[in-house]
Design a protein around this ligand. Structure first.
Ligand SMILES: C[S@@+](CC[C@H](N)C(=O)[O-])C[C@H]1O[C@@H](n2cnc3c(N)ncnc32)[C@H](O)[C@@H]1O
Length: 216
């Protein structure tokens, strides 16, 4: 939690909420906006294409920066299995609660999701070769607080309750452990961390794709 933050967790019946003096946020995969995102998700979606799921859905994806799980749950509708990793105890608790409350819907979607409260560098470093995932996905926090990010409540909440991580180190480990590709979501104006094999540009962000050696 960042200093001077007045965000705190509390229960509203079975719903875990993160609240400050002005606003409250909880993870809700059943809300109309997210359900619309899921219904309109198709093989042309930049996230699905960037991860290669339009061609080979039968893959294991590790989402190393789970956050509030929006991308992770989208990925789970195409991938065989998604492992979500989240280093912040508060964010992990909010996400776990959101997944539990949506469990019936997720079961109908046949989503295979595992969530771990762990730093992704530690998790990936300990994997044996037989456990390497096909795809590793990174969506690090944007260092600069853009106007757009500040306008979105989930992002305001994440920026306040998480602490900065060594994202480049995570990227370097991911490159070694991904069997097929590593994908990073970056703001369009951000510098590249290395020369990607491919980059898919959206309105405000892009997906940089680094194919694993046996894929190039
Ligand atoms: C921008 S948010 C991800 C948002 C997410 N893609 C979504 O759709 O909700 C980044 C998250 O990654 C987490 N994170 C950053 N570095 C991490 C690491 N090394 N291991 C695990 N989690 C990490 C942060 O705590 C934060 O919750």
């Amino acid at each position: 939690m960042q200093p001077n933050s007045d965000w705190h967790l509390h229960w509203n019946n079975d719903m875990l909420c993160c609240t400050n003096s002005a606003q409250s946020y909880h993870v809700d995969f059943l809300n109309p906006a997210f359900q619309h995102r899921i219904k309109s998700l198709n093989k042309k979606d930049p996230l699905i294409r960037a991860l290669g799921l339009h061609k080979s859905p039968d893959v294991h994806v590790i989402d190393t920066t789970a956050g509030f799980g929006q991308d992770g749950v989208c990925i789970s509708t195409y991938a065989n299995k998604v492992t979500l990793l989240e280093q912040s105890a508060l964010v992990h608790a909010l996400l776990q609660n959101g997944l539990e409350r949506a469990s019936n819907w997720l079961a109908k979607q046949k989503a295979k999701i595992e969530l771990h409260h762990i730093n992704a560098c530690d998790y990936l470093s300990k994997l044996n070769k037989s456990e390497y995932p096909d795809v590793i996905y990174l969506d690090p926090m944007y260092p600069e607080r853009s106007k757009q990010a500040l306008s979105k409540l989930p992002m305001q909440c994440l920026q306040t309750i998480t602490s900065p991580q060594n994202d480049i180190h995570l990227f370097q480990i991911a490159l070694v452990k991904a069997l097929k590709r590593t994908v990073i979501k970056r703001p369009n104006h951000a510098i590249f961390w290395g020369k990607p094999d491919l980059s898919l540009k959206g309105k405000s962000h892009r997906f940089d794709i680094y194919l694993s050696l046996n894929q190039t």
